[in-house]
Design a protein around this ligand. Structure first.
Ligand code: SF4
Ligand code: SF4
Length: 160
């Protein structure tokens, strides 16, 4: 009995380490401004996409919470049927932003042609097609291709 508890706890630690490493690699790729000229795009619009809205939030990717460990106080998250649902107060430690926030104003979808990104899915983002940093787009593809090699994470996108 005790041995099985230890085995389970060991497995959980290995899993947590594996996902933390994977997401941190993707996060590092996405440490880049979406603006062609660089800088904080939030200054253009008063951080529109971070404005807290009742009922609105994002679902973390499966096991992404392991990479955000230690940031729980800055977000509210609860476990729901579809996964961990995260809400914030519009301010966070930039180092601890989840994937979806890092790629905004792009949003990934997987269609018949594979991985694609929609620009400005919620509307209201002032970054136009000609202002967006091509290196940012390239990194978004690279980061998502990296994490979607994991079948569990890939399934999460197919289910949406
Ligand atoms: S709405 Fe667009 S410009 Fe404004 S903070 Fe979000 S991504 Fe940046
Ligand atoms: S988690 Fe951070 S980056 Fe994402 S919406 Fe909230 S304040 Fe903005």
């Amino acid at each position: 009995m005790l041995q099985s508890i230890r085995r389970d706890s060991y497995k959980r630690k290995v899993l947590s380490y594996k996902y933390r490493r994977l997401f941190k690699r993707a996060y590092r790729l996405l440490d880049i401004s979406p603006l062609k000229d660089g800088g904080d795009c939030g200054l253009l619009c008063g951080r529109k996409c971070c404005k807290p809205m009742e009922e609105l939030g994002i679902y973390l990717m499966p096991n992404e919470r392991h990479a955000l460990h230690g940031s729980e106080g800055k977000f509210r998250w609860e476990r729901q049927k579809r996964g961990y649902f995260l809400q914030c107060d519009g301010v966070c430690d930039r180092k601890s932003r989840p994937m979806q926030c890092r790629v905004y104003p792009l949003m990934p979808i997987i269609g018949l042609n594979g991985l694609m990104f929609i620009r400005n899915p919620m509307g209201g983002c002032p970054i136009g097609k000609s202002d967006i940093n091509p290196e940012f787009i390239r990194r978004c593809f690279k980061a998502y291709k990296l994490i979607l090699r994991n079948s569990k994470l890939l399934r999460f996108y197919y289910r949406r």
